[in-house]
Design a binder for this molecule. Structure first.
Ligand code: 5CA
Length: 445
């Protein structure tokens, strides 16, 4: 993409309304535009990151054997009357009446609708286990929408729902989600710690939230610092193997890590003092096991192998897709701007032409752009007629992990400069070597 043909409305000034760094940088980098309190347009750069995050979520859901579908944003109120949540949900639910005076709502979550789909089509244990999920916009009329996409009113969520014949199978689905989420967040360059939490309006007996540590996080968290060293890494987990999946969960949930809702001072005090940490975190996901709460209320049953009809066992599992952009920026930035992890960056690499209009540098940039495209990397090429300083400032703000700088002096020596946004370290090398190096980095992402 050439910058002169792109739509990248970068702001020079710090927007007064932004209180935290991720909100500030998302506005300044031209990623989002607020349309109403807690409601945003996703401008091209922000939209690209959102799509990258969705893509990673889809890939990891597929790996765990979960099936994508798409449910609507508007839901009939009657479904929610069946579960009893139409009245319980209160002011956070946006209620709508259509021209026929039918009551609808903009979905804040989808337990009722997915249970309705299930009960219409599935009645035998033979079709289980089954996990269905979608990535869809939600609306919660939050009392205090704030911090940009972090606490929106309209926000994008991945929500998945497992259906199982018995409690053990449903707990396996819970564990499978935990492991797949760990992998999902790691691919986004995040350390998200599963913490025992409170189930709130979703209900149920077992729930973990995934928290990214950040001073600006809205949740207070208590943990053993050793938990921050745990990584899933490249290990392959067989998602059908209950023992293997459970043992990974055990590894990640044995050390103390809880949100303030479930905090237990006595257990916390048993941790060696130097490892006892109180901090703040951003909740980027939550998994719930709630058994038959919805299936009993809504009559979703299956016939077991023994021939008895039982309410299906369920859980629900959410990832805050749009919130993740804010969380990643909170975790990865400096005073110049965003530092995207390779897994989610809007463009893998930027090209800066130091002398736009010079036949030599223009031609070198064009051929570099093509060489990158040939190895599957779409560069963002700053071909504006701007000073070098302004071009570097824009690249630093929007945070592409790698920058290739092309100038007449370097070209005379047959080299370009490859710079890491994270370390700031620059290396001179031939254009071919720079392409090969960046290609090798992305081959492992
Ligand atoms: N049905 C369940 C799981 S599918 C559910 O709704 N869970 S939730 O309420 O925990 O939401 C899932 C995730 O959505 C949260 O962990 C959080 O990351 C994100 N989220 C929740 N509310 C907001 C909001 N107002 N703005 C942005 N993201 C949000």
């Amino acid at each position: 993409m050439r910058m002169t043909r792109y739509f990248l409305p970068v702001l020079k000034e710090n927007p007064a309304e932004a209180q935290i760094v991720s909100h500030r940088y998302m506005l300044r980098a031209g990623m989002i535009k607020q349309q109403a309190a807690g409601i945003y347009s996703w401008l091209p750069l922000g939209y690209r990151v959102l799509k990258r995050i969705e893509q990673i979520v889809h890939e990891e859901q597929a790996r765990a054997g979960h099936i994508p579908l798409l449910m609507p944003t508007l839901q009939p109120a009657d479904l929610w009357r069946e579960s009893g949540r139409y009245d319980d949900y209160g002011q956070e639910m946006l209620r709508i009446t259509d021209r026929q005076k039918r009551e609808l709502l903009y979905g804040p979550t989808n337990e009722e609708m997915i249970t309705d789909i299930f009960r219409s089509h599935v009645s035998s244990y033979k079709d289980l286990p089954m996990t269905l999920y979608h990535i869809q916009w939600k609306f919660r009329d939050e009392m205090r929408p704030r911090f940009g996409v972090m606490r929106g009113r309209e926000f994008l969520m991945k929500d998945g729902y497992n259906f199982d014949v018995d409690r053990d199978a449903a707990l396996h689905a819970y564990n499978r989600h935990m492991v797949s989420y760990l992998r999902t967040y790691e691919r986004m360059g995040l350390t998200a710690i599963p913490m025992r939490a409170d189930s709130g309006p979703i209900g149920g007996e077992d729930t973990h939230e995934f928290l990214v540590l950040a001073a600006t996080g809205e949740s207070e968290v208590f943990f053993d610092s050793a938990v921050t060293d745990l990584r899933l890494g490249a290990r392959e987990v067989d998602y059908d193997n209950r023992e293997e999946v459970a043992s990974v969960c055990k590894e990640f949930t044995t050390l103390y890590a809880r949100t303030d809702e479930t905090h237990d001072a006595a257990l916390f005090d048993a941790i060696p003092e130097e490892r006892r940490k109180v901090a703040r975190g951003i909740e980027v996901g939550q998994i719930f096991y709630f058994g038959t709460k919805y299936s009993e209320a809504m009559g979703a049953t299956v016939v077991t192998a023994e021939g008895t009809k039982v309410p299906v066992e369920m859980g629900s599992h959410g990832i805050g897709v749009s919130r993740l952009l804010g969380a990643i920026i909170e975790a990865s930035h400096d005073e110049k701007g965003i530092i995207w992890p390779e897994g989610v960056t809007p463009f893998p690499v930027g090209i800066v032409n130091l002398k736009q209009g010079d036949a030599g540098t223009d031609a070198a940039c064009d051929s570099l752009y093509k060489a990158l495209a040939a190895v599957g990397l779409e560069a963002l090429y700053d071909d504006r007629d701007e000073r070098a300083g302004a071009k570097f400032a824009t690249m630093d703000l929007i945070g592409l992990p790698w920058r290739i700088t092309v100038g007449p002096r370097g070209l005379a020596n047959g080299v370009v400069e490859l710079t890491s946004r994270r370390t700031g370290v620059s290396e001179e090398m031939s254009a071919e070597a720079a392409v090969a190096k960046v290609a090798a980095i992305y081959a492992n992402v």
